[in-house]
Write a protein that binds this ligand. Structure first.
Ligand code: URA
Length: 257
């Protein structure tokens, strides 16, 4: 086995064993919380900067849960290094703010594609290149959510480099949003975009460029038609749903390898 060492993830090739599937929350705290809901036998392999990795097996299928930090640049580093460690399937586990009235707090959104409002993806492909999910992963996760009784919506996401102005939030230091983003929430809503988050476009562009597979599923913690704030109290239930989705979808996902 070649001994590749991933510098930012602080992971040696040998440590990840034969894992080909990685789940990617942004928050390092979510790595062990979700791993612990799935298996008592998970191993924490590394924790360097925003990158924390746990190894676990679900029905003898090896997998990693690795945090990416927030946004495109740190996510791009995680994907680069995980791909070099042999990961073929990337599943982002996130949180999000919806901009559609028919989506509720606590619902799940599976991003079929992402508006490339971030910058990192343009270092991998020109802006005309689409940021799209792997359709088989979308199908597997949507069906798993449906059969598990988890409310789910599939559609387009807007991935922003900023949480505040790029998502047209005014509850900020200056209370000012530059002209480019004034009215943008209403416009994305009219264009049937479901939600804002910060990583899917980078993940999808890189996975397609690399010839690998990716999907992003996010739990809704902000209803942007009502308020700008996030409903933090939704997070524990969302993490439970994300852990359930992993457990129930792994056999079908493994068949894609
Ligand atoms: N993550 C985001 O990027 N935006 C939100 O509103 C909530 C979570």
């Amino acid at each position: 086995m070649k001994d590749y060492y991933a510098y930012h993830l602080d992971l040696h090739q040998k440590q990840v064993k034969d894992a080909k599937i990685a789940f990617l929350p942004g928050d390092p705290g979510r790595v062990t919380r979700i791993a612990g809901k799935i298996s008592r036998d998970y191993q924490e392999l590394a924790f360097h900067r925003e990158y924390r990795t746990a190894y676990l097996e679900v029905g003898q299928i090896p997998l990693l849960i690795t945090s990416t930090g927030i946004g495109g640049p740190s996510t791009a580093i995680a994907i680069e290094e995980l791909a070099q460690l042999g990961i073929k399937i990337f599943i982002r586990l996130g949180t999000t703010g919806t901009i559609q009235p028919f989506v509720n707090l606590g619902d799940m959104i599976i991003s079929t594609g992402a508006v490339r409002m971030e910058g990192a993806s343009s270092h991998y492909a020109p802006i005309e290149y689409p940021a799209v999910a792997d359709w088989q992963l979308v199908n597997i996760l949507a069906e798993t959510a449906r059969t598990s009784g988890i409310p789910v919506h599939c559609g387009i996401t807007a991935s922003s480099d900023t949480f505040y102005p790029g998502q047209e939030r005014y509850d900020t230091f200056t209370h000012y949003v530059i002209k480019r983003f004034q009215g943008s929430l209403e416009e994305w809503k009219n264009l049937n975009v479901l939600n804002y988050e910060m990583e899917a476009a980078t993940l999808y562009t890189m996975a397609s460029v690399f010839g690998l597979k990716a999907v992003a599923v996010s739990g809704v913690i902000a209803h942007r038609l009502d308020q700008e704030m996030c409903a933090v109290k939704e997070i524990p239930a969302i993490e439970t749903k994300l852990a359930l989705l992993i457990q129930h979808s792994i056999p079908a996902i493994r068949n894609l390898l």
